[in-house]
Write a protein that binds this ligand. Sequence first.
Ligand code: NAI
Length: 344
Amino acid sequence: MKIAFYDTKPYDKPAFEKLCAEKGMELSFYDFKLNPDTAKLAAGCDAVCVFVNDNVNAEVIDKLYAEGVKAVALRCAGYNNVDIKHAYKKLHVVHVPAYSPYAVAEHAMAMLLTSIRRIHKAYIRTRDYNFSLSGLVGYDLHGKTAGIVGTGRIGRVFADICRGFGMRVIAYDKFPAAESGLEYMPLDDLLRTADVISLHCPLTAETEHMIDRAAIAKMKKGVVILNTSRGKLIDTEALIDGIKERKVGAACLDVYEEEADVFFNDNSGHIMDDDTLARLISMPNVIVTSHQAFLTEEALENIAAATIQNLTEIFSENGICANELCYRCGDIESCKKCRNKKCF
Ligand code: NAI
């Protein structure tokens, strides 16, 4: 099997190289993204392996199909960057639904603690031998209310972590998990009640900008907003206004609406073209990490193992892969859950 890897970074390679050498697979690593121009480099490959910001749109799918590529393997959970509908009957699309929910949930808590205990400020101060505590007053999480939007794998681990801190956990999910023991409520009630709101639902047409001006208006003054899910869940301009009006107390963002051209790259020494991102980063109560929540050793090993397993299954005799994403049933998620036959 020949696989072209797009948007690869040095930390991606070791786990894949080790596994693929054992299986005799041939890999080409490209550090640029998959797009209509770079698709032709996959000629002769059985599959392409892509990440969150590779844009697998209809044009790219048609070009890959014309080059003889048969599958797109996402080495991530989210698949909002793939035109699944257009891929049907052309390219099989597989993803890694879970590789370490702990990695993402722990990162969310790391950002929350950093923010409310001003660790990011203290770190810079003590490096400069400034041991003043002025301006570093934080608050206890114990007794506060965490509102979790999306109670799937990551959301539920985050709920457990919050409970460990003695927080009350409330939740909203379009499909509440039965017997989860979570205190579900309508989204509006959650927005009005939570001290900390953490987003863990996928980006869909329905969830795009779910945190907009109207949603922020409903929130408690001083609320902390965490987003480790997808940038477009939040209307960034509305968030900035909410922070400027002192309504939003802090924002911890591992993802950003327009991250595709900026995140994962070293832009130090360059002028930041994105004024919105520059404004966010300039704010003392905003913490931005560059889509780093997944980045643990355990997660990278699990991603590589699951991706190779997915491709092995897709190219096996019966072609059945539990992690295939397909449009056939009209609903990707339920399709994935109920299907036990080959998609096409
Ligand atoms: P999951 O599929 O286990 O859970 C998602 C939950 O969201 C489900 O319970 C689902 O019912 C719920 N949901 C769906 N539509 C909704 C809606 N309209 N409103 C409210 N809830 C809704 O997914 P998982 O593994 O927990 O991942 C969550 C998200 O985290 C992914 O979609 C992905 O975007 C993001 N992610 C980010 C990473 C990072 O490095 N920052 C790494 C991995 C995932």
